[in-house]
Design a protein around this ligand. Structure first.
Ligand code: 1CP
Length: 346
Protein backbone atom coordinates (compact mmCIF):
# COMPACT_ATOMS: atom_id res chain seq x y z
CA UNK A 1 0.00 0.00 0.00
CA UNK A 2 1.32 3.44 -0.90
CA UNK A 3 1.73 5.90 1.96
CA UNK A 4 -0.58 8.93 2.18
CA UNK A 5 1.40 11.17 4.52
CA UNK A 6 3.37 13.76 2.60
CA UNK A 7 6.70 13.11 4.28
CA UNK A 8 6.43 9.34 3.83
CA UNK A 9 5.53 9.82 0.17
CA UNK A 10 8.60 11.96 -0.44
CA UNK A 11 10.82 9.36 1.24
CA UNK A 12 9.25 6.67 -0.97
CA UNK A 13 10.05 8.76 -4.06
CA UNK A 14 6.36 9.41 -4.78
CA UNK A 15 4.78 12.66 -5.92
CA UNK A 16 3.46 15.02 -3.25
CA UNK A 17 0.98 17.90 -3.20
CA UNK A 18 3.44 20.59 -2.23
CA UNK A 19 6.83 20.09 -0.59
CA UNK A 20 6.85 18.40 2.84
CA UNK A 21 8.49 20.44 5.57
CA UNK A 22 9.83 20.22 9.11
CA UNK A 23 12.78 21.86 10.85
CA UNK A 24 15.58 20.38 12.89
CA UNK A 25 15.25 21.58 16.52
CA UNK A 26 11.74 22.82 15.75
CA UNK A 27 10.96 22.41 19.46
CA UNK A 28 13.18 24.47 21.71
CA UNK A 29 14.24 27.68 23.30
CA UNK A 30 13.13 30.04 20.47
CA UNK A 31 9.51 29.25 21.46
CA UNK A 32 8.12 31.03 24.57
CA UNK A 33 5.79 28.08 25.23
CA UNK A 34 8.85 25.77 25.31
CA UNK A 35 10.68 27.99 27.80
CA UNK A 36 7.61 27.91 30.04
CA UNK A 37 7.46 24.08 30.11
CA UNK A 38 11.26 23.83 30.40
CA UNK A 39 11.17 26.04 33.52
CA UNK A 40 8.48 23.82 35.05
CA UNK A 41 10.39 20.60 34.29
CA UNK A 42 13.52 21.52 36.23
CA UNK A 43 16.48 19.93 34.45
CA UNK A 44 16.70 19.29 30.72
CA UNK A 45 16.92 15.50 31.21
CA UNK A 46 13.86 15.69 33.51
CA UNK A 47 12.02 17.20 30.57
CA UNK A 48 13.23 14.39 28.27
CA UNK A 49 12.18 11.73 30.82
CA UNK A 50 8.72 13.12 31.69
CA UNK A 51 6.39 11.79 28.97
CA UNK A 52 3.56 14.33 29.43
CA UNK A 53 6.00 17.26 29.17
CA UNK A 54 8.12 15.78 26.37
CA UNK A 55 4.91 15.09 24.45
CA UNK A 56 3.73 18.66 25.02
CA UNK A 57 6.93 20.31 23.73
CA UNK A 58 6.97 17.97 20.70
CA UNK A 59 3.45 19.11 19.82
CA UNK A 60 4.06 22.85 20.32
CA UNK A 61 5.65 23.54 16.91
CA UNK A 62 3.05 21.32 15.20
CA UNK A 63 0.21 23.40 16.65
CA UNK A 64 1.91 26.68 15.84
CA UNK A 65 3.10 25.93 12.30
CA UNK A 66 1.48 22.75 10.98
CA UNK A 67 4.75 21.01 10.08
CA UNK A 68 4.48 17.73 8.16
CA UNK A 69 6.55 15.90 10.76
CA UNK A 70 7.00 15.93 14.52
CA UNK A 71 10.37 14.89 15.90
CA UNK A 72 10.34 13.20 19.29
CA UNK A 73 11.60 15.59 21.96
CA UNK A 74 14.68 13.96 23.45
CA UNK A 75 18.44 14.28 22.95
CA UNK A 76 21.24 12.26 21.40
CA UNK A 77 22.95 12.09 24.81
CA UNK A 78 20.26 9.97 26.46
CA UNK A 79 22.15 6.96 25.07
CA UNK A 80 25.38 7.61 27.06
CA UNK A 81 23.13 8.42 30.02
CA UNK A 82 21.47 5.00 29.62
CA UNK A 83 24.91 3.37 29.32
CA UNK A 84 25.66 4.67 32.80
CA UNK A 85 27.92 7.60 31.90
CA UNK A 86 26.87 10.60 33.97
CA UNK A 87 25.36 13.33 31.72
CA UNK A 88 24.37 16.78 32.98
CA UNK A 89 23.03 19.77 31.07
CA UNK A 90 24.36 23.00 32.56
CA UNK A 91 22.51 26.24 31.86
CA UNK A 92 24.26 28.17 29.09
CA UNK A 93 27.07 25.58 28.92
CA UNK A 94 25.48 22.66 27.12
CA UNK A 95 26.09 19.02 27.99
CA UNK A 96 28.78 17.90 30.44
CA UNK A 97 29.82 14.24 30.82
CA UNK A 98 32.51 12.42 32.82
CA UNK A 99 34.91 11.75 29.92
CA UNK A 100 35.85 8.19 28.93
CA UNK A 101 39.23 7.71 27.31
CA UNK A 102 40.38 4.14 27.91
CA UNK A 103 39.34 0.51 28.01
CA UNK A 104 38.59 0.71 31.73
CA UNK A 105 36.07 3.45 30.97
CA UNK A 106 34.43 1.25 28.33
CA UNK A 107 34.35 -1.72 30.68
CA UNK A 108 32.49 0.37 33.26
CA UNK A 109 29.59 1.06 30.86
CA UNK A 110 26.46 -0.99 31.27
CA UNK A 111 25.40 -3.45 28.57
CA UNK A 112 24.20 -1.82 25.33
CA UNK A 113 21.40 -4.40 25.12
CA UNK A 114 19.91 -2.87 28.28
CA UNK A 115 19.67 0.85 27.36
CA UNK A 116 15.96 0.53 26.65
CA UNK A 117 15.19 -0.25 30.32
CA UNK A 118 16.55 3.16 31.33
CA UNK A 119 14.81 4.92 28.44
CA UNK A 120 11.25 3.62 28.98
CA UNK A 121 9.84 7.16 29.51
CA UNK A 122 11.14 8.13 26.05
CA UNK A 123 9.21 5.28 24.43
CA UNK A 124 6.15 6.23 26.43
CA UNK A 125 6.45 9.72 24.93
CA UNK A 126 6.55 8.17 21.44
CA UNK A 127 3.49 6.04 22.20
CA UNK A 128 1.56 9.07 23.45
CA UNK A 129 2.53 11.08 20.38
CA UNK A 130 1.47 8.38 17.97
CA UNK A 131 -2.04 8.78 19.44
CA UNK A 132 -2.14 12.57 19.85
CA UNK A 133 -0.61 13.75 16.56
CA UNK A 134 -2.91 14.85 13.73
CA UNK A 135 -3.26 11.97 11.23
CA UNK A 136 -1.36 13.73 8.43
CA UNK A 137 1.74 14.36 10.58
CA UNK A 138 4.63 11.86 10.46
CA UNK A 139 6.35 10.93 13.73
CA UNK A 140 10.16 10.91 13.52
CA UNK A 141 12.25 9.06 16.09
CA UNK A 142 15.98 9.72 16.27
CA UNK A 143 19.39 9.00 17.70
CA UNK A 144 22.87 10.41 17.39
CA UNK A 145 25.28 8.53 15.13
CA UNK A 146 27.97 6.55 16.97
CA UNK A 147 30.79 8.92 15.95
CA UNK A 148 28.98 12.08 17.07
CA UNK A 149 27.84 10.54 20.37
CA UNK A 150 31.41 9.26 20.92
CA UNK A 151 32.80 12.80 20.53
CA UNK A 152 30.76 13.87 23.59
CA UNK A 153 31.52 10.68 25.56
CA UNK A 154 35.25 11.05 25.02
CA UNK A 155 35.52 14.85 25.10
CA UNK A 156 33.18 15.25 28.05
CA UNK A 157 31.46 18.20 26.36
CA UNK A 158 30.87 19.83 22.98
CA UNK A 159 34.10 20.94 21.31
CA UNK A 160 34.88 22.85 18.11
CA UNK A 161 37.37 20.26 16.80
CA UNK A 162 36.39 16.92 18.41
CA UNK A 163 40.10 16.54 19.21
CA UNK A 164 39.78 14.12 22.14
CA UNK A 165 37.77 11.53 20.20
CA UNK A 166 39.89 11.96 17.07
CA UNK A 167 43.13 11.44 18.98
CA UNK A 168 41.83 8.22 20.55
CA UNK A 169 40.60 7.06 17.13
CA UNK A 170 43.99 7.81 15.50
CA UNK A 171 46.23 6.51 18.31
CA UNK A 172 44.31 3.31 19.03
CA UNK A 173 41.73 2.70 16.28
CA UNK A 174 40.88 -0.82 17.40
CA UNK A 175 40.18 0.36 20.94
CA UNK A 176 38.07 3.26 19.69
CA UNK A 177 36.23 0.81 17.41
CA UNK A 178 35.01 -0.98 20.56
CA UNK A 179 33.25 2.21 21.65
CA UNK A 180 31.72 2.59 18.18
CA UNK A 181 30.52 -1.04 18.29
CA UNK A 182 28.90 -0.50 21.71
CA UNK A 183 27.14 2.56 20.30
CA UNK A 184 25.94 0.75 17.17
CA UNK A 185 24.29 -1.88 19.35
CA UNK A 186 22.84 0.61 21.84
CA UNK A 187 21.55 2.84 19.02
CA UNK A 188 19.80 -0.04 17.26
CA UNK A 189 18.09 -1.05 20.52
CA UNK A 190 17.07 2.55 21.21
CA UNK A 191 15.74 3.13 17.69
CA UNK A 192 13.94 -0.24 17.62
CA UNK A 193 12.09 0.62 20.84
CA UNK A 194 11.04 3.95 19.30
CA UNK A 195 9.72 2.20 16.17
CA UNK A 196 7.85 -0.36 18.26
CA UNK A 197 6.26 2.52 20.18
CA UNK A 198 5.09 4.22 16.96
CA UNK A 199 7.93 6.16 15.28
CA UNK A 200 7.37 6.00 11.51
CA UNK A 201 10.73 7.34 10.30
CA UNK A 202 14.08 7.53 12.03
CA UNK A 203 16.74 10.19 11.61
CA UNK A 204 20.34 9.70 12.63
CA UNK A 205 22.31 12.84 13.42
CA UNK A 206 26.02 12.68 12.59
CA UNK A 207 26.64 16.33 13.43
CA UNK A 208 30.44 15.96 13.53
CA UNK A 209 30.90 13.57 10.56
CA UNK A 210 32.59 16.34 8.58
CA UNK A 211 35.54 16.57 10.93
CA UNK A 212 36.78 13.12 9.86
CA UNK A 213 39.24 12.68 6.96
CA UNK A 214 38.21 10.15 4.33
CA UNK A 215 39.61 6.91 5.77
CA UNK A 216 38.33 7.68 9.26
CA UNK A 217 35.00 8.89 7.82
CA UNK A 218 34.63 5.56 6.08
CA UNK A 219 35.42 3.54 9.19
CA UNK A 220 33.73 5.57 11.93
CA UNK A 221 30.85 7.33 10.12
CA UNK A 222 29.90 5.41 6.96
CA UNK A 223 30.30 1.81 8.18
CA UNK A 224 28.48 2.30 11.50
CA UNK A 225 25.62 4.02 9.64
CA UNK A 226 25.42 1.10 7.22
CA UNK A 227 25.43 -1.35 10.15
CA UNK A 228 22.60 0.52 11.87
CA UNK A 229 20.60 0.80 8.67
CA UNK A 230 21.03 -2.92 7.84
CA UNK A 231 20.10 -4.06 11.37
CA UNK A 232 17.02 -1.78 11.37
CA UNK A 233 15.99 -3.00 7.90
CA UNK A 234 16.23 -6.62 9.07
CA UNK A 235 13.95 -5.85 12.03
CA UNK A 236 11.62 -3.41 10.27
CA UNK A 237 11.60 -4.00 6.49
CA UNK A 238 10.79 -0.81 4.58
CA UNK A 239 11.37 1.54 7.54
CA UNK A 240 12.54 4.89 6.11
CA UNK A 241 15.87 6.06 7.54
CA UNK A 242 17.22 9.61 7.11
CA UNK A 243 20.90 10.28 7.79
CA UNK A 244 22.45 13.68 8.48
CA UNK A 245 26.21 13.38 7.90
CA UNK A 246 26.84 17.07 8.52
CA UNK A 247 29.89 18.44 6.71
CA UNK A 248 30.45 15.27 4.65
CA UNK A 249 30.79 17.33 1.44
CA UNK A 250 31.62 15.20 -1.59
CA UNK A 251 31.84 12.07 0.61
CA UNK A 252 28.04 12.27 0.86
CA UNK A 253 27.75 10.63 -2.58
CA UNK A 254 29.34 7.35 -1.46
CA UNK A 255 27.74 7.65 1.96
CA UNK A 256 24.25 7.77 0.44
CA UNK A 257 24.72 4.81 -1.88
CA UNK A 258 26.84 2.60 0.40
CA UNK A 259 24.81 3.01 3.61
CA UNK A 260 21.53 2.39 1.78
CA UNK A 261 19.65 5.06 3.76
CA UNK A 262 16.34 6.29 2.34
CA UNK A 263 16.96 10.00 2.70
CA UNK A 264 19.97 12.26 3.04
CA UNK A 265 19.80 15.46 5.05
CA UNK A 266 22.25 18.04 3.70
CA UNK A 267 23.91 20.94 5.52
CA UNK A 268 24.11 24.54 4.39
CA UNK A 269 27.56 24.08 2.81
CA UNK A 270 26.17 21.84 0.05
CA UNK A 271 25.01 23.64 -3.10
CA UNK A 272 21.44 22.74 -4.09
CA UNK A 273 22.53 22.21 -7.73
CA UNK A 274 25.20 19.74 -6.70
CA UNK A 275 22.78 17.99 -4.33
CA UNK A 276 20.27 17.65 -7.18
CA UNK A 277 22.80 16.17 -9.61
CA UNK A 278 24.85 14.02 -7.23
CA UNK A 279 22.43 13.04 -4.45
CA UNK A 280 18.79 13.45 -5.50
CA UNK A 281 19.37 10.98 -8.35
CA UNK A 282 19.94 8.40 -5.58
CA UNK A 283 16.93 9.21 -3.40
CA UNK A 284 15.19 11.76 -1.23
CA UNK A 285 17.17 14.84 -0.18
CA UNK A 286 16.34 16.99 2.87
CA UNK A 287 17.64 20.48 3.61
CA UNK A 288 19.26 22.97 3.67
CA UNK A 289 18.41 26.61 4.52
CA UNK A 290 20.99 28.33 6.73
CA UNK A 291 19.43 28.63 10.23
CA UNK A 292 20.85 32.16 10.44
CA UNK A 293 18.70 33.19 7.46
CA UNK A 294 15.77 32.29 9.68
CA UNK A 295 17.15 34.64 12.32
CA UNK A 296 17.56 37.45 9.78
CA UNK A 297 14.25 36.82 7.97
CA UNK A 298 13.00 39.14 5.23
CA UNK A 299 13.84 39.23 1.53
CA UNK A 300 17.17 37.46 1.93
CA UNK A 301 15.56 34.50 3.70
CA UNK A 302 12.85 34.29 1.03
CA UNK A 303 15.36 34.44 -1.85
CA UNK A 304 17.49 31.62 -0.43
CA UNK A 305 14.43 29.47 0.33
CA UNK A 306 13.13 29.95 -3.23
CA UNK A 307 16.53 29.05 -4.67
CA UNK A 308 16.46 25.77 -2.73
CA UNK A 309 12.85 25.05 -3.75
CA UNK A 310 13.43 25.84 -7.41
CA UNK A 311 16.48 23.58 -7.54
CA UNK A 312 15.35 20.61 -5.44
CA UNK A 313 11.58 21.09 -5.15
CA UNK A 314 10.57 18.72 -7.94
CA UNK A 315 11.55 15.99 -5.52
CA UNK A 316 12.01 13.66 -3.95
CA UNK A 317 12.62 16.42 -1.42
CA UNK A 318 11.85 17.48 2.16
CA UNK A 319 12.36 21.14 3.00
CA UNK A 320 14.42 21.63 6.16
CA UNK A 321 17.30 23.68 7.52
CA UNK A 322 20.99 22.89 7.07
CA UNK A 323 21.28 22.56 10.87
CA UNK A 324 19.04 23.17 13.89
CA UNK A 325 17.00 26.30 14.65
CA UNK A 326 18.99 28.58 16.97
CA UNK A 327 17.47 30.06 20.18
CA UNK A 328 17.51 33.68 18.95
CA UNK A 329 15.18 32.87 16.00
CA UNK A 330 12.06 35.10 15.94
CA UNK A 331 9.06 32.72 15.82
CA UNK A 332 7.34 34.97 13.24
CA UNK A 333 10.17 34.32 10.77
CA UNK A 334 9.46 30.61 11.03
CA UNK A 335 5.79 31.33 10.28
CA UNK A 336 6.77 33.33 7.20
CA UNK A 337 9.03 30.56 5.90
CA UNK A 338 6.38 27.90 6.49
CA UNK A 339 3.87 29.95 4.52
CA UNK A 340 6.31 30.37 1.63
CA UNK A 341 7.18 26.66 1.44
CA UNK A 342 3.56 25.54 1.74
CA UNK A 343 2.46 27.83 -1.10
CA UNK A 344 5.29 26.84 -3.47
CA UNK A 345 4.60 24.56 -6.44
CA UNK A 346 7.08 23.39 -9.07
O1 1CP B 1 18.21 24.17 27.76
C1 1CP B 1 17.63 23.53 26.88
O2 1CP B 1 16.41 23.64 26.67
C2 1CP B 1 18.49 22.56 26.12
C3 1CP B 1 18.61 22.81 24.65
C4 1CP B 1 18.46 21.48 23.94
C5 1CP B 1 17.34 21.06 23.20
C6 1CP B 1 16.08 21.83 22.93
C7 1CP B 1 19.38 20.42 23.95
C8 1CP B 1 20.68 20.36 24.65
N1 1CP B 1 18.84 19.36 23.23
C9 1CP B 1 17.61 19.71 22.75
C10 1CP B 1 16.66 18.85 22.00
C11 1CP B 1 17.17 18.07 20.85
N2 1CP B 1 18.49 17.77 20.59
C12 1CP B 1 16.37 17.45 19.84
C13 1CP B 1 14.83 17.36 19.83
C14 1CP B 1 14.15 18.65 19.54
C15 1CP B 1 13.87 19.01 18.12
O3 1CP B 1 14.64 18.73 17.20
O4 1CP B 1 12.82 19.65 17.92
C16 1CP B 1 17.24 16.86 18.93
C17 1CP B 1 16.88 16.12 17.67
C18 1CP B 1 18.56 17.05 19.43
C19 1CP B 1 19.76 16.50 18.78
C20 1CP B 1 21.12 16.87 19.25
N3 1CP B 1 21.55 17.10 20.54
C21 1CP B 1 22.25 16.92 18.40
C22 1CP B 1 22.24 16.60 16.92
C23 1CP B 1 21.64 17.68 16.09
C24 1CP B 1 22.40 18.97 16.06
O5 1CP B 1 21.78 19.99 16.43
O6 1CP B 1 23.56 18.98 15.66
C25 1CP B 1 23.37 17.27 19.19
C26 1CP B 1 24.79 17.47 18.72
C27 1CP B 1 22.91 17.38 20.53
C28 1CP B 1 23.75 17.67 21.74
C29 1CP B 1 23.23 18.82 22.47
N4 1CP B 1 22.12 18.77 23.28
C30 1CP B 1 21.85 20.02 23.78
C31 1CP B 1 22.83 20.92 23.24
C32 1CP B 1 22.91 22.38 23.53
C33 1CP B 1 23.66 20.16 22.39
C34 1CP B 1 24.81 20.68 21.53
C35 1CP B 1 26.07 20.77 22.32
C36 1CP B 1 27.22 21.32 21.47
O7 1CP B 1 27.24 22.54 21.26
O8 1CP B 1 28.08 20.54 21.05
Amino acid sequence: MLPEKKLLRALAGLETQGVPLWMMRQAGRYLPEYREVRARAGGFLDLCYTPELAEEVTLQPIRRYGFDAAILFSDILVVPDALGQKVAFKEGEGPVLEPISDMAGLAALSSPSRVTAHLKPVYETVARLSKSLPPEVTLIGFAGAPWTVATYMVGGKGSPDQAAAKLWAYRAPDEFQKLIDILVEATVEHLSAQVMAGAEVIQIFDTWAGSLPELAFERFALRPMKAIRDLMQARFPGLPVIAFPRGAGAMAVRYFSETGVTGLSIDTGVSPEWARDALQVQGCVQGNLDPLLLVAGGAEMRAHALHILETLGKGPFIFNLGHGIVPQTPPEHVAELVELVKAWRP
